[in-house]
Design a binder for this molecule. Structure first.
Ligand code: SAM
Length: 262
């Protein structure tokens, strides 16, 4: 089931999501910058800094991190960089898992251009095609930190994905999700809705020549549950929430949810 050699059962929604990300893979990073004015980079930086990956002392173990729906590796590279530069830990490893081979291929190119090895058991970063709802190739209780950034809203069965995250995490392991959420200010929300429904599909057309995929992305943000409802779903999957379970970023345009497997 390693990168390039696996068979994933498809539902209609899954194949649609795959088409969307197939068509956006090459322009994905440019589009992210254009749509969010570069703010997604700040959110991702904050997400990783807060999680503080890497071994913290000579007595602790390096971490096994799984970045689910990891796409072109934005979170994974930040994790490795943080573990090395902040915690002096070159051993912590990240598995980037995604249902879409094209996105992973872009990620792999980035890894090689940064000088990372991607093959072999001890590779600092590896890429695996898997459906995040099942993660068949990932054993139970094997992961220290499972992250998912801007991914879960595309999953057909979010409850199943959360149950699977719970299954693969070790006891004490952390689930952390960065996702678009609900704006917590009425006036800003009006502006944001107008921006996302008109400007984003138009940018998709201009930059990537693909209006429909970006229209789909906007709609998936609207349909995603509120911060509170999503926190409840995480709790229902068995996780212990830290405080209320989430933290808003940029007035709730995005939010970070975290839970611990006790
Ligand atoms: N995490 C990356 C980032 O923040 O830049 C990529 C986010 S991208 C918006 C969403 C990713 O979710 C895509 O790469 C897509 O292929 C992946 N995805 C969608 N459904 C999935 C599933 N069921 N299992 C695994 N990955 C999935």
């Amino acid at each position: 089931t390693h990168f390039g050699f696996q068979n994933v059962a498809e539902s209609l929604k899954e194949s649609k999501v795959r088409d969307v990300f197939n068509s956006v893979a090459k322009n994905y990073d440019t589009m992210n910058d254009a749509m969010s004015f570069g703010i997604h980079r700040l959110w991702k930086d904050q997400f990783v800094q807060q999680l503080n990956p890497g071994k913290k002392s000579i007595f602790s173990e390096p971490m096994t991190i799984l970045d689910l729906a990891g796409g072109t590796g934005d979170i994974a590279f930040r994790m490795l960089d943080h573990a090395r530069t902040v915690n002096g830990d070159p051993e912590t490893r990240v598995k980037v898992v995604d249902i879409n081979e094209e996105m992973l291929r872009e990620g792999m190119k980035r890894a090689h251009s940064l000088g990372y090895r991607t093959e072999g058991e001890d590779a600092p970063i590896s890429f695996l095609v898997q459906n995040g709802e099942t993660l068949e190739a990932i054993p139970d209780n094997s992961i220290d930190l499972l992250t998912i950034a801007f991914g879960i809203r595309n999953f057909t069965d979010k409850e199943k994905a959360l149950a699977t995250a719970y299954r693969v995490l070790k006891k004490g392991g952390v689930f952390a999700c960065l996702e678009f959420s609900k704006v917590n200010n009425f006036v800003l929300d009006q502006i944001y809705q107008r921006y996302s429904f008109s400007v984003i599909p138009m940018m998709g057309q201009l930059i990537a020549g693909d209006r429909d995929s970006y229209q789909y992305l906007v709609e998936s943000i609207v349909k995603f549950p509120s911060q509170k409802d999503f926190a409840r779903m995480i709790q229902d999957a068995g996780f212990q929430l830290a405080g209320k379970g989430w933290q808003d970023l940029t007035f709730g345009v995005a939010a970070i949810h975290t839970g611990v497997k006790l």
